[in-house]
Design a protein around this ligand. Structure first.
Ligand code: ADP
Length: 542
């Protein structure tokens, strides 16, 4: 065997922040803070504070290599610092999804065994209800808080005090590139949420590939706005991508409505921004309703997380000259696996055909592979017609869940089974047409139809209930609940809402409760959701 004679230079988060500081120290990081004020500083300022924070994580909070450190926060500069300080201290950055139910978050923190939680003061009311159930958390560090804040939380430390205690000459903890640096949980389908542990290596490779021209095409000429929350699949990789590409970086914290987002796009001359379909649909509609005088600098928006209606891709281009870049992925795949861009051979196509291609989920990124597996277990041809489940493998695809053995998560030969269904065409463009997982994705957040059904069927007046996804203009999908009442009983939609709100967040409530005589079933007695969806679309589900 003859080995290459190149250095073994590890792929780590430490090397990303060092690069950002060495090569792009002057680039700006700008945050619109939860209280509406603006914060701006440079990569060089961020670097110094991050070193102090990493040192204080160890000296003040006792963080050890491999410990999980959680965040419960909006997108802003402190969250950005944590994305580097926690791995820089050898630990694992674990952003918690603030939109999950209190029960789910409590489960996740306990399952991950988080030692510390960095909490935004503006989110304290969401956090307090389950704080007493957290078994492993030793410290809560409050960000953006007044020192006079009244809270029931014990052992509070203030973020700026922690940074003051840290040392700027701290040496990053040396890590092996295969060690964990980040963690996110996927919200559960039937069972509990499942933890995905990202390694330094997988995160580096995902980020460096994601900035390349066939993917997000980011460079030091860009001013990037990350609307995608930092608690979604490690922010789709953006903090790492921004430093590697040398972009200026802007974060909106909780200002996620179309009007403030358009103000940020204008004020900060944003050239590229990411977000789920609901965000971009809202921005487009607002721009049409209330036209702005000056043209936006936005050249492209990155959309993913759910299918994006082709009409919006077309209209954004036609009305504002802004291009759509569509990507697909999952928490389990870091997340980006495919990207949809036109190639040279598409130039001769009509505008309509081009939009069709852009609204497909796209081609594989280098470093990952996708196949379509038909019902009979064979790999389907790339013909754009043969349907099956997508399976993936590659540098940033999960090999197993954290502390859980999930049956059938992978094929016998080691590919990850996505639960998404569709085709791949002869040019390698994949298109999702359905999913096997019984979930509804509303405004970029999951709703478990099984969990809703179980709760509804626990209602004393309900005999049977089944929940399917129906299209929604604003949220892309919403749940529709079909219920069969017990003899002589009935429940009003408002009563159902009040009942469900005990366990579900407001956004998870059904759009509609449809009272039916019976729910269609399959040959083996399961609710036949395919048939329900078809009947609904034909107006025959009664
Ligand atoms: P994320 O936080 O990136 O949305 P999740 O793991 O919560 O990741 O969701 C992944 C799932 O979302 C996919 O399996 C798929 O069902 C759906 N999804 C993601 N991107 C797209 C897309 N571009 N088009 C259609 N569905 C998508």
């Amino acid at each position: 065997m003859l080995y290459g004679q190149m250095m073994n230079y590890p792929l780590t988060i430490q090397s990303i922040i060092e690069y950002g500081n060495r090569v792009f120290p002057h680039k700006e990081i700008i945050s619109k803070m939860p209280d509406g004020s603006w914060h701006r500083y440079t990569n060089a300022d961020m670097y110094k504070r991050t070193k102090k924070l990493a040192s204080a994580l160890i000296s003040r909070l006792g963080i050890q290599p491999g410990d999980r450190v959680a965040t419960f926060a909006w997108n802003h500069y402190q969250h950005f610092e944590l994305y580097f300080a926690i791995p820089g201290a050898g630990a694992v950055c674990h952003p918690l999804n603030i939109r999950l139910s209190p029960e789910q978050i409590e489960f996740i923190v306990n399952h991950a065994e988080d030692k510390v939680v960095f909490l935004d003061a503006s989110l304290i009311k969401l956090f307090e209800p389950f704080a007493s159930g957290l078994k492993t958390v030793k410290h809560i560090v409050l960000m953006n808080s007044s020192k006079y804040l009244k809270t029931s939380l014990p052992n509070i430390i203030f973020y700026e005090d922690l940074i003051t205690e840290g040392k700027e000459d701290f040496n990053w903890v040396e890590v092996d590139e295969n060690q964990a640096c980040g963690m996110c949980y996927t919200s559960g389908t039937t069972g509990n949420p499942k933890g995905v542990l990202y390694s330094h290596r997988s995160t580096y490779l995902h980020a460096i590939t994601s900035i390349s021209p066939n993917v997000a095409n980011l460079s030091s000429k860009d001013r990037f706005l990350s609307i995608c929350p930092m608690f979604h699949a490690m922010a789709w990789g953006f903090p790492f991508m921004s430093l590697l590409a040398g972009t200026d970086t802007v974060m909106p914290s909780k200002h996620l409505q179309p009007v403030p987002l358009i103000e940020i796009l204008q004020r900060e001359k944003i050239t590229v921004a990411n977000g789920v379909p609901t965000i971009w649909m809202g921005i487009y509609d607002e721009l049409i309703r209330n036209p702005i005088k000056e043209k936006l600098h936005l050249r492209e928006y990155i959309v993913g997380g759910s299918a994006f209606p082709a009409g919006y891709i077309k209209n954004f281009e036609k009305d504002f000259g802004i291009q759509c870049f569509h990507a697909w992925g999952m928490t389990e795949t870091s997340p980006v696996v495919t990207a949809s861009r036109l190639q040279a051979h598409h130039e001769k196509l009509s505008q309509e055909e081009k939009i069709k291609i852009k609204s497909k989920q796209g081609i594989e990124l280098p470093g990952v592979e996708i196949r379509v597996v038909s019902d009979d277990g064979t790999t389907a041809p790339r013909d754009g017609k043969t349907i099956g489940e997508f399976e993936v493998r590659g540098h940033w695809v999960i090999s197993s869940y954290f502390k859980m053995n999930i049956d059938k998560s992978h094929s016998d030969d080691g590919w990850f089974r996505t639960g998404d269904v569709g085709t791949i065409d002869e040019f390698g463009y994949m298109e999702i047409t359905d999913r096997t997982k019984d979930l509804i994705k509303s405004g970029g957040e999951w709703i478990s139809s099984v969990a809703l059904e179980t709760s509804l069927m626990n209602h004393p007046h309900v005999a049977e209930a089944s929940v399917i996804a129906i299209p929604d203009e604003k949220w892309v999908e919403k749940p529709l609940a079909c219920v069969v009442f017990k003899d002589g009983k009935s429940v009003t939609p408002n009563e159902f809402d009040d009942y469900l709100l005990r366990h579900f967040a407001k956004y998870q409530l059904p759009k509609e409760y449809l009272v039916v005589k019976e729910i269609p079933r399959t040959g083996v007695g399961k609710f036949d959701k395919k048939k329900m969806r078809k009947l609904y679309s034909e107006g025959k589900l009664v």
